[in-house]
Design a protein around this ligand. Structure first.
Ligand code: HEC
Ligand code: HEC
Length: 309
């Protein structure tokens, strides 16, 4: 920050910008001074010089700029020169003040850190269920949520296709404070294999069985045939009764809540698609980006969503 020249541009482009910038200022100054006429008093007969191009018989006087106006222009030129000496503007010349956007940003971040560090340290001491009841902390939590999570889970945290709803009580990985924190610390990768190799007939039977698990309209005979297959291949992850396993992120298939149902898609079609292609939901690690203190506060925010209706 203390050198006068940085290397953000190649030498050529830096020189190019310097020449164009200074050239433009010099050109403006030249126009201003070259057109400056000072003796415009009427001649002996009282005639005043005009520009010589009449329009609709009206002639245009050729008077000099008012003095204050002229000085205003000179002022802007001087201002731009002083500015370009102090601040970055001429290619790679950093300006005598050493100001930079990054520098200003870093300063602001440092100031914010200074302000928030003690607050976050204080929050860190409060257990998540309790912190979730602290209105002020939850405003901070919501801001962290909106900045880091809303892109995927939605501004209202109700999720979307492939992105879990965080406001309901259906949890892939568990909704207890430690589950949420683990999700944020480590990220999550849902692994649901493709079952294409079982063949379409079996996929259909399994689909009908899964529909039956949620008490949805289904073909009873087909569902019956799917049941034994479910017990042998699906139960390992989704448990025999289909209620799911949070250690694996295998969803509960009995509560008619579907992570992978596209808008307008029937439940049956979404299940068929899941079985044919498999699913691989990926939740990126958050802790690496936002740090432990913010993880604690945003986890409390997620936890607090259960109190809102
Ligand atoms: C890039 C998209 C993305 C971002 C950003 C993201 N998530 Fe997620 N999150 C997911 C996906 C996808 C899953 C589901 C993973 C799976 O299917 O196994 C998930 C799962 C979760 C779960 C587990 C839900 C359950 O039912 O157990 C929680 C809690 C969660 N996210 C909270 C957050 C919070 C808080 C943030 C912000 C700090 C965040 N996520 C940022 C995509 C994202
Ligand atoms: C290896 C463990 C595993 C096995 C075996 C498995 N699943 Fe899954 N299943 C998962 C996981 C994990 C997910 C969530 C994927 C994600 O989050 O992206 C899932 C998701 C699903 C979904 C989507 C639910 C929704 O909310 O959209 C359905 C339906 C499903 N499985 C049915 C089955 C059926 C039927 C079988 C047996 C053929 C089966 N699964 C076998 C682990 C498994």
């Amino acid at each position: 920050m203390n050198t006068l020249w940085n290397d953000s541009l190649s030498g050529f482009w830096s020189a190019w910008i310097i020449v164009i910038t200074l050239g433009t200022i010099a050109f403006s100054a030249w126009i201003l001074f070259a057109n400056r006429k000072t003796d415009k008093a009427p001649d002996a007969e009282g005639n005043v010089e005009t520009t010589g191009h009449p329009a609709d018989e009206i002639e245009e006087y050729d008077n000099p700029l008012p003095r204050w106006w002229f000085h205003l222009f000179v002022g802007t030129i001087l201002f731009s020169l002083v500015y370009l000496v102090l601040y970055p503007g001429l290619g790679n010349f950093a300006g005598l003040l050493g100001w930079s956007q990054e520098g200003q940003w870093e300063e602001e971040v440092a100031r914010a850190e200074e302000r928030f560090t003690p607050i976050f340290a204080q929050y860190q001491e409060v257990p998540i269920p309790e912190l979730a009841r602290d209105g002020e902390a939850m405003q901070v939590g919501e801001r962290i949520y909106q900045n880091n999570c809303a892109v995927c889970h939605g501004a209202n945290a109700q999720g979307g296709y492939g992105f879990p709803n965080l406001t309901d009580d259906d949890w892939l990985y568990g909704g207890e404070p430690e589950n949420i924190v683990t999700t944020l610390e480590r990220g999550r990768n849902g692994l649901m294999p493709s079952w294409q190799q079982l063949g379409e007939a079996n996929i259909e039977n399994l689909t009908q069985h899964v529909l039956a698990l949620s008490d949805l309209e289904h073909d009873a005979e087909s569902a019956e045939q799917g049941a034994s297959l479910f017990a042998s291949v699906c139960a390992a992850c989704h448990t025999p009764d289909g209620t799911g396993n949070q250690a694996l992120g295998a969803p509960n298939l009995t509560n008619d809540t579907w992570l992978y149902r596209a808008p307008g898609q029937s439940v049956a079609d979404s299940i068929r698609q899941t079985l044919r292609n498999g699913r691989n939901g990926h939740m990126p690690v958050q802790q690496a980006y936002i740090g432990e203190e913010r993880v604690h506060v945003v986890a409390a925010y997620v936890y607090s969503l259960r109190f809102q209706d």
